[in-house]
Design a protein around this ligand. Structure first.
Ligand code: ADP
Ligand code: ASP
Ligand code: MG
Length: 406
């Protein structure tokens, strides 16, 4: 007998028909004699709609604590509905809000982090043969206030519950057959990857592959919790993510639309002034990802281009154009609608020529690259958002990912 946590995402639980399908998978898992805990998301679109409603009355996000109560309500609706379906099928089941299950978080409302899981009571219900259906995405502070874990956070709840229950595996049911070599919504030739190492999956998720939340992969990696990603609508073997599995030279192409660009032309003072700029941004917790610095014809001046996330764009502009810093450069340009495209693979660190393929693919597709970064596992470029689809396709083809048989 194994203990399995099954997580169902928004599309997988969007309506009664979809919820019945989730219930069918749960019943099948129970038939094998396993103990089953379930983590459920809100019906797709509901969290975004609730967020819109909140911003209509709280434009400046001043009431994040109360917003969390509203935002977390979609999961509660689905948990109750799913339990009713399971009971109607003759199964023993009960719902658990994040706070009832004992998922304790810090008080950073809107993107709270889990600090403790007190799941003894939920565990007892599993041992008594009950299916425990927990709301994803929500937790509670030590003071008893409801929190949410950030968009896409039900994956984090699922892995956290699996770790707390010492489950054998956490299965993430979603609307695609598993993790592909690129987003199948963009690249029709993307191939299903059957096995991935946690390191590869973490790099994919951190660079934008939203099929798994990056914090859920981080947690699974540090706690050695095996994950499986598979489709609710047509479950096959899916993708297994676990230690010691086969790794790939290049595992996939990924992208993020959450980027913006700031360019400072004619920056004086070399590295000292660059350091002043970056430390001012860091003090306000603005992350810089992709950077390029180039010299100008005037030898003592340079140009600096860097990327920040879109939500930080205005704040970053305020900082670099402040009285203290605006004297350091001649001109400032900015573009809000940028994107980041990345190639991920364990082979990138050792194989020469990987960077050349990257440059050639983007150049042949006439894609302008504004900044870039490389690491052992990733090559990324900042490009205009409207070019993202062509960039994903060009790189997917250039690295031969359409031919990979995994
Ligand atoms: P859920 O609601 O189940 O949590 P998400 O919308 O968060 O689902 O994630 C699933 C989506 O992730 C898919 O519909 C797919 O378009 C997208 N996606 C992006 N990149 C990939 C990839 N490399 N492999 C699989 N899916 C991907
Ligand atoms: N419902 C939340 C969201 O849409 C959490 C999730 O689905 O993972 O972001
Ligand atoms: Mg998701």
């Amino acid at each position: 007998m194994a203990r399995i946590v099954m997580k169902f995402g928004g599309t997988s639980s969007a309506n009664t028909r979809a919820l019945r399908l989730c219930a069918k998978h749960i019943a099948e898992q129970l038939k094998t004699g396993d103990e089953v805990a379930v983590v459920i998301s809100a019906p797709s679109g509901m969290t975004a709609e609730l967020s819109k409603r909140i911003s209509e009355i709280d434009e400046k996000s001043k009431h994040l604590d109360e917003a969390d109560l509203v935002l977390s309500s979609g999961e509660q609706i689905n948990a109750g509905l799913l339990v009713i379906i399971l009971r109607e099928m003759g199964l023993k089941a009960r719902s658990w809000n994040g706070w009832q299950a004992g998922l304790i978080t810090d008080d950073n409302h809107g993107k709270a982090r889990l600090i403790e899981a007190r799941t003894d009571e939920l565990c007892d219900s599993l041992k008594a043969g009950e299916v425990a259906v927990m709301t994803g995405f929500q937790g509670v502070t030590k003071e008893g206030r409801v929190t949410t874990l950030g968009r896409g956070g039900s994956d984090v709840s699922a892995v956290a519950l699996a770790v707390a229950l010492r489950a054998d595996r956490c299965d993430i049911y979603t609307d695609v057959a598993g993790v592909f070599t690129a987003d199948p919504a963009i690249e029709k030739n993307a191939k299903l990857i059957h096995e991935l190492s946690p390191e590869e999956m973490l790099e994919l998720a951190s660079s934008g592959t939203k099929v798994l939340h990056n914090r859920s992969v981080e947690l699974a990696m540090s706690e050695q919790m095996p994950l499986r990603v598979l489709s609710t609508f047509n479950p096959g073997k899916g993708t297994i993510i676990a230690q010691g599995l086969e790794t790939h030279l290049v595992s996939g192409v990924t992208y993020s639309r959450d980027e913006s660009q700031i360019s400072l032309m004619g920056l004086s003072g070399g590295i000292d002034n660059m350091q002043k700029l970056f430390s001012a941004l860091a003090k306000k917790k603005i992350n810089i990802d992709l950077v390029v610095q180039s010299s100008t014809r005037q030898t003592d001046l340079s140009n600096l281009v860097f990327a920040t996330s879109r939500s930080d764009h205005e704040r970053a502009l305020d900082i670099v154009s402040s009285d203290v810093l605006s004297g350091l450069y001649q001109n400032l340009n900015s573009v809000k609608e940028m994107a980041k495209v990345s190639v991920i693979g364990l082979g990138l660190r050792s194989q020469s020529g990987m960077l050349e393929i990257f440059f050639r693919a983007l150049a042949d597709a006439n894609i302008s690259m504004h900044a870039m970064a490389t690491s052992e596992l990733r090559i990324s470029a900042l490009i205009p958002e409207h070019m993202i689809e062509s960039a994903v396709k060009a790189l997917h083809f250039a690295y031969g990912l359409d031919k990979t048989l995994t």
